[in-house]
Ligand binder design. Structure first.
Ligand code: GLY
Length: 417
């Protein structure tokens, strides 16, 4: 049995000298660096078609993707379509929360309608990524009125149609009921559940809450290995829903760091929503595994089992894991542990700022050294829409720029009463 490592043990070591700690940036400096980089992104966005949004960068330039791009197969290659446009909106709201500059919010509000048709998209489970950082966060911050948030409710209901009652999971990928996908569940869906937690709180819809809770429980039981690492996919019997098999994200990958981070953060969010000890334990196990393999600079390798120091890294995975730490730092039942988790989250955010926060206006994006997909060769060593957003959300929560209720979209007492 391996000892349970803590984030602080891995990144200190010889760096614990008092002088080193004193010379490190503070969390507020990192947040200011984020706001500056976000400000440059707003200026850049003025040049774009209003229906195209940052997906990932290559050679320091955004690859923009139409919000209308739907998931599809081309031969044997699956293209997930645009699951990332919502993150740009979230980044804009975050830029506005403490900068005193409403340019970003005004620009983003003017483009919000471009997302609306995706609320009826039955080809993907990733509607949570599209609608939670955009409509839901805007409503939680108070930028849009409750009656304008109906597309996010529609998107939540659409995800609900993916629920497989026999297997108690939400169908991964692909059109609802498509035989190629109807029997699959993926760890990534854990981070689409926040849309369902929010919708069930706002609309007092116990049905959506129950689907999200069942999916989270199934994922905790089937998609985490004994050591806390995650599978990417589970496959189920089409009739009974029983487990048939599990697999990582590709044949060469043991455990993709981003999937692991989606697990940690998705379970932390699910614990905040449900208060269920099983989901807290799942979040802690996923985080402990992440900590065990995290290099000293805080930037995860794309594949957590990749011992090759030159392999692709994915800072977006580390940013998502940092958000998990900060969320548990608010909601862990043990007050002493809350303080510890919050400190570990802040420390990871600072370390990411040192190596990955973009300070060069010629280079696009905010959080550098992410990787979308190593096997596809997509966005290797660049910025990503989700890395930029979740890094900002974690920083905003850790620095108190937004409350936990705003960041999550609900107050736990609202859902658990
Ligand atoms: N669709 C989520 C991801 O690629 O991580």
């Amino acid at each position: 049995v391996l000892p349970e490592p803590r984030f602080e043990h891995r990144h200190r070591g010889e760096h614990t000298a008092a002088a080193d700690i004193d010379s490190r940036p503070k969390l507020t400096d990192t947040w200011c660096g984020y706001l500056e980089a976000a400000g440059r992104e707003i200026v850049r966005a003025l040049q774009w078609e209003p229906t195209a949004f940052p997906h990932f960068t290559e050679d320091g330039q955004w690859r923009l993707l139409s919000v209308e791009a739907r998931s599809r197969w081309d031969g044997d290659v699956y293209y997930p379509g645009n699951w990332t446009a919502g993150f740009w909106f979230g980044m804009c709201w975050l830029r506005g929360v403490s900068s005193g500059d409403d340019t970003a919010a005004v620009l983003a509000l003017g483009r919000l309608d471009t997302l609306v048709t995706r609320a009826e998209d039955s080809t993907t489970q990733d509607l949570g990524f599209l609608f939670q950082p955009s409509f839901v966060l805007a409503e939680s911050i108070g930028l849009i009125d409750t009656e304008l948030v109906w597309p996010a409710h529609a998107a939540a209901r659409m995800i609900g149609h993916r629920f497989n009652h026999a297997g108690r999971y939400l169908q991964a990928l692909g059109p609802i009921g498509d035989a190629r996908f109807a029997t699959t569940s993926t760890i990534d869906t854990m981070m689409n559940l926040p849309l369902l937690w929010w919708a069930s709180a706002r609309a007092a819809d116990p049905r959506l809450f129950e689907m999200a809770r069942q999916h989270a429980r199934t994922s905790a039981r089937l998609l985490l290995r004994e050591d806390g690492s995650s599978y990417q996919l589970s496959e189920h019997d089409p009739v009974s829903g029983a487990l048939h098999g599990r697999s990582p994200s590709s044949a060469e990958t043991a455990c993709q760091s981003r999937g692991q981070a989606w697990a940690a953060c998705g379970f932390a969010w699910a614990y905040a929503a449900t208060g269920e000890p099983e989901l807290l334990a799942a979040a802690e196990r996923a985080l402990a595994y992440f900590a065990r393999i995290l290099p000293e600079d805080g930037v995860a390798s794309w594949d957590l089992a990749d011992v090759n120091a030159d392999g692709p890294r994915d800072s977006s995975a580390s940013a998502i894991a940092a958000l998990a730490l900060v969320i548990l730092g608010r909601f862990h039942p043990d007050p002493a542990h809350r303080v510890e988790l919050d400190g570990q989250g802040a420390d990871l955010l600072i370390r990411l700022g040192v190596d990955c926060l973009n300070r060069d206006e010629r280079v696009h994006g905010i959080l550098l050294h992410s990787c979308y997909s190593k096997p596809h060769g997509w966005g290797v060593d660049g910025a990503t829409g989700w890395g930029d957003f979740y890094y900002g959300l974690a920083l905003a929560l850790a620095t108190g720029q937004v409350t936990a209720e705003v960041a999550l979209g609900f107050s736990p007492t609202q859902l658990q009463s």
